[in-house]
Design a protein around this ligand. Structure first.
Ligand SMILES: Nc1ncnc2c1ncn2[C@@H]1O[C@H](COP(=O)(O)OP(=O)(O)OP(=O)(O)O)[C@@H](O)[C@H]1O
Ligand SMILES: [Mg+2]
Length: 1021
């Protein structure tokens, strides 16, 4: 070991720790290919893959690219606990895993708020779809949940079995091969919860509906329906359970179909069949169609398909099978008729002008169109179910996206047709993007960082992409032209055109253009492309038809009229009316790929490169030749070389310093200078030699893996020491904090005690804390215990120094409460209050009946309008009656009681006997009002007595004496003239004589003439 840091540790122990770590790592190869010593050797790379594969370690990194080898068996590494292990953990700290990549991408999206995409590539059967499912599962399990979209996770996951049922099939290479390309966006809200999803699908291999190679199958859904659908369903759909009954599933083929599958590198992979039947593989040992049927039906309902929609969908699937069984006969004059009885009797009419072969192909075209368009409808439906809800979209917080690309892998068969051409073109484009984003950008990084380095050569496949897609000169343009050209065109004329235009291109050969050796392995109908992944011969038969993708117009019309809503949706009337030709299939595909490239370019990419270990789909078998080929065309060696050519590892200064700063006393615990200086100090201390590393503008580049290993090991060895240091620092800090708190507490107690002793002294240093504390406590306590109403008399007792303040506060508070109360008082209530206040001024503590009288509501009048005689009202004229009450008048002589009404106007009062005003009392003339102090209703109005003509004072009784006297006193302005007399009231009789009313308490209420000519009033006790 080469580090100075050794001198800082107890040497032997560290060495043992480090070496054992290294051995452990070596035993299962390296986790990251960049750490391979022989990084230039393909054999070493494959050996590393093999060793790890043998230990079930199927994942390995090349820097940030994840290489995955299909184990072909269930491994115990995808549990929830495993997910938790990888959550929030740095890439480097834990063994490679698809979850680590998922988590890293998710965190990058959240921290940088930038859209991400994960591109999964590899050949058919390498495990792309499985990887994409694992990533999706990781997100749905570990991410937070948005309460508006709680079921989204389920729907995202359930979209897989549905799409697989309709878009996957058993092929020679893979029992569950995706026959369409899929790009899925998962949208996350600002909290990182999944809130939406969107799927883009690419070019479904429709030809599979009507034809499959021997040993392959049609799309899974057909077999699932026949195996899993219950008897009633099959009866409704008029289907038989046996797949052998359906030509599209196991048809006796008219043509001889030879399917020899040959590996890309030219090695026969061993399956050869010369057979008269196509497909003929109704059952799969690896999957249960019955169980999958249940899964798919459940998934459809989770996603939100109605029962009716499911029924219509199955109607379509069944009708495709029926269509396949439609047989034709040829009439004497060459006309075609249907020999089988199916529900599609229309077909006869529609195809009648066609000859036998044309009729067959029209039927197949219809089956393909129906299935293909239904698949597109299915994806649309799923997208509706996953769509981001409006309110979340408009919440303004913005969503970020992780895209998952799982697209068909590079494919080479013995007989390669239009589909393989498109699939392989797609893979060329993805490879181009990969080169663009990794190899080139890697080299650019050195330039930006100002690091001198030697450029690494890599296969740039731009030339092949151009060969296929260039305008006017590319294969797709030539194909389109040939389809549109008037006159006799056929597949062979297309081939000739290719030869004319592309002859001499280094990546293009035909039988005619080839040398003798190549000619021997090519038929006359083939052209060969030198793909980045190897040579592929394409047979031009069917290219024009498939590119045209035409469907008989009559058939389209019938489809438009279908009462199956799905078909109506798929076959639009406008399509029949507007005869504008749609784009050719290859051009459509090219355009959709361009869009896909744009989408991918706009995101931060991560890569999963899948490798298939053997062709037999068997666990534990590692076929080196097969793997070597994939390693080659996936460009793993170039990838590794570029990563290693300069430097095995790079880290930005901050991250490097943050991680390794404990290894150097100057950088530990914190470095305060420039980051670059910190890193430089650190590596100098560690004894890095000049050739081992370079400092860029923002990153350190480490050339050899061992350097990084040793640093990492040193960090591991240092950790216990760091832990102890941190622990002791933390404990010390806690203890100091506790001691400080105790000191402060003791000081406080001391101050309070002293203050208490001096509390009666003037404000002085000895008692200031105590007094302040007492004042403060009083005010705080007061704040919590302020009286809530004016009647509440409670008030905390203030300390002596705050007595005056407390009084002020109390008044202020009271005034405040009163003000608040008054603001709330209604005008009606205010009037009532004013009268009561006057009543209290007159009678409070003076008259026994006061509490009872004041407690009642003072009415505006005790007489109804109609109780006052109209004549009286007329006599009073403009003087409106303000208050009226029934009273009893006692005659001056004899004290005879007479019932009267007493009416008060603004300026006088009148005594009324029915219709007659008996007496008028002007307020100005009123000398006073007397009442007794007991609880009787007697009162006397004292009148002027200078004049002998006067009748004398008026003696009256009223049940509402408190109310009446208050109102009268207020109206007359004689509040101060009310006299409450205890014992007796003297009053003046006519002509100056005096009368007396005596008041006594008794057990019986009574008003009567007394012995001495007095009026005696007995009030109750
Ligand atoms: N990680 C894995 N663990 C267990 N089995 C796996 C794993 N990855 C793949 N397989 C097995 O390999 C089979 C093929 O994988 P998958 O369907 O993902 O291939 P693919 O790359 O998508 O192929 P195609 O391009 O044909 O769609 C799976 O059905 C499964 O049996
Ligand atoms: Mg797949």
């Amino acid at each position: 070991m080469m580090f100075d840091m050794y001198t800082h540790f107890p040497c032997g122990r560290v060495r043992i720790v480090m070496e054992s770590a290294l051995t452990a790592r070596d035993r299962v190869g390296v986790q990251d290919f960049v750490l391979l010593e022989k990084y230039n050797s393909e054999a070493a790379l494959i050996e590393n893959l093999r060793r790890r594969f043998g230990e079930n370690l199927i994942y390995t990194y090349i820097g940030s690219v994840l290489v995955s080898v299909n184990p072909y068996k269930e491994l115990e590494m995808y549990s929830k606990q495993q997910m938790e292990r990888y959550r929030g953990v740095s890439f480097y700290e834990i063994s490679p895993h698809i979850y680590a990549l998922s988590d890293n991408t998710y965190r990058a999206m959240r921290t940088e708020r930038k859209d991400q995409c994960i591109m999964i590539s590899g050949e058919s059967g390498a495990g792309k779809t499985e990887a994409s499912k694992k990533i999706l599962l990781y997100y749905t399990v570990t991410c937070p949940i948005n309460e508006h979209m709680a079921t989204l996770g389920d729907r995202l996951l359930q979209s897989n079995p549905v799409l697989e049922a309709f878009g996957n099939a058993k092929t020679f290479r893979n029992d569950n091969s995706s026959r369409f390309g899929k790009y899925m966006d998962v949208q996350f809200d600002f909290r990182g919860a999944p809130v939406g999803g969107h799927i883009l699908n690419y070019l479904l291999e429709k030809s599979r509906v009507v034809h499959q190679n021997h040993g392959e199958r049609n799309f899974h859904i057909f077999y699932q329906l026949l195996d899993g659908g219950d008897d009633d369903l099959l009866t409704t759909l008029a289907l038989e359970r046996n797949p052998q009954s359906y030509n599209y599933l196991v048809k006796v083929c008219v043509c001889v179909c030879v399917c020899v599958c040959v590996c890309v590198c030219g090695i026969n992979r061993g399956i050869i069949c010369n057979s008269l039947v196509q497909g003929n593989c109704p059952r799969l040992s690896s999957v249960s169609d019955k169980n999958n049927w249940k899964v798919v039906m459940k998934a459809l309902s989770v996603i939100g398909f109605t029962e009716e929609e499911v029924q219509k969908l199955l109607d379509i699937i069944a009708s495709v099978l029926h269509l396949g069984n439609t047989q034709f006969g040829e009439g004497e004059e060459g006309e075609t008729y249907i020999t089988t009885e199916t529900q599609i009797t229309h077909l006869a009419k529609m195809i009648s002008p066609l000859n036998f072969e044309q009729a067959m192909s029209a039927r197949d075209a219809l089956a393909k169109a129906v299935y293909g368009r239904t698949f597109t409808w299915l994806v649309e439906k799923i997208n509706q179910s996953l769509a981001l809800k409006e309110e979340i979209y408009h919440s303004g917080k913005g969503c970020t996206v992780i895209g998952l690309l799982d697209i068909y892998g590079f494919e080479v068969l013995q007989h390669n047709s239009f589909e393989q051409f498109c699939i392989n073109y797609c893979n060329e484009k993805l490879q181009q993007l990969f080169i663009e984003l990794t190899l080139r950008s890697e080299q650019e990084e050195y330039e930006t960082e100002g690091i001198a380095w030697e450029t690494v050569q890599y296969i740039d496949n731009k030339i092949i992409c151009d060969l296929i897609e260039e305008k006017h000169k590319g294969i797709i343009s030539i194909l389109d032209e040939e389809c549109l050209r008037p006159g006799e065109t056929c597949d062979v004329s297309f081939l000739e055109k290719l030869e004319d235009t592309l002859g001499g291109h280094p990546h293009f050969v035909t039988h005619k253009l080839a040398n003798g050796k190549t000619r021997r392995v090519m038929s006359r109908e083939e052209f060969r492309l030198l793909h980045y992944a190897g040579e592929v011969n394409y047979n031009v038969n069917g290219f024009l038809d498939k590119n045209n993708d035409l469907l008989n117009r009559n058939l389209k019309e019938v489809m438009c009229q279908s009462d199956n809503q799905i078909l109506c949706h798929c076959f639009r009337r406008e399509e029949v009316i507007h005869q504008k030709r749609p784009e050719m299939a290859a051009t459509q595909f090219k355009n959709s790929l361009m869009k896909l490239m744009e989408i991918l370019m706009s995101k931060e990419p991560s890569y999963v490169r899948c490798i298939k270990p053997n062709d037999a789909k068997q666990p534990g078998r590692f076929d080196e030749v097969l793997v070597r080929h994939q390693v080659k065309y996936l460009g793993l060696m170039e990838n590794l070389r570029v990563r290693r050519a300069g430097f095995a590892y790079r880290r930005c200064f901050e991250a490097f310093l943050q991680r390794y700063k404990p290894l150097c006393p100057e950088t530990w615990p914190n470095w305060h200078g420039r980051l670059a200086d910190g890193v430089s100090t650190l590596v100098n201390h560690l004894g890095y030699k000049a050739e081992e590393y370079k400092l860029g503008r923002s990153k350190i580049f480490i050339r050899f893996p061992k350097t990084l290993f040793s640093t990492e090991d040193a960090l591991q060895a240092k950790k216990p020491e760091i832990v102890i240091t941190i622990q002791s620092a933390w404990r010390g800090m806690k203890a100091r904090r506790r001691a400080k708190r105790r000191r402060q507490a003791a000081e406080l107690i001391r101050k309070l005690i002293k203050g208490f002793i001096y509390r009666h002294e003037e404000y002085c240093p000895e008692n200031e804390y105590f007094l302040d504390h007492v004042r403060c406590s009083f005010l705080k306590n007061l704040r919590k215990n302020l009286p809530k109403s004016v009647l509440d008399q409670n008030w905390p007792t203030p300390p002596p120094s705050l007595v005056e303040t407390s009084d002020h506060l109390r008044r202020l508070h009271m005034r405040n409460m009163v003000m608040k109360y008054c603001r709330r008082v209604q005008p009606e209530w205010k009037k009532q209050m004013m009268q009561k206040v006057i009543a209290s001024e007159i009678f409070k503590d003076q008259k026994d009946s006061y509490p009872q009288g004041v407690g009642r509501l003072f009415l505006d009048s005790r007489l109804e309008r109609e109780q006052i005689n109209l004549k009286v009202v007329q006599t009073l004229g403009n003087d409106k009656v303000q208050y009226g009450v029934s009273v009893v008048k006692y005659d001056r002589r004899g004290f005879k009681p007479r019932p009267r009404q007493l009416l008060l106007t603004n300026t006088f009062a009148v005594l009324v006997e029915r219709t007659k005003i008996k007496q008028r009392v002007d307020y100005t003339a009123l000398r006073g009002i007397s009442v007794s102090s007991l609880s009787d209703g007697m009162f006397v109005l004292h009148m002027p007595n200078e004049d002998n003509k006067q009748k004398g004072d008026v003696v009256l009784h009223c049940d509402h004496v408190i109310e009446l006297v208050t109102k009268l006193a207020m109206m007359a302005g004689k509040v101060n003239y009310v006299n409450v007399s205890p014992g007796s009231i003297r009053f003046v009789l006519a002509r100056g004589k005096e009368g007396i009313i005596d008041f006594v308490r008794g057990s019986e209420l009574k008003v009567a003439k007394g012995k001495r000519g007095h009026l005696l009033v007995v009030s109750l006790f």
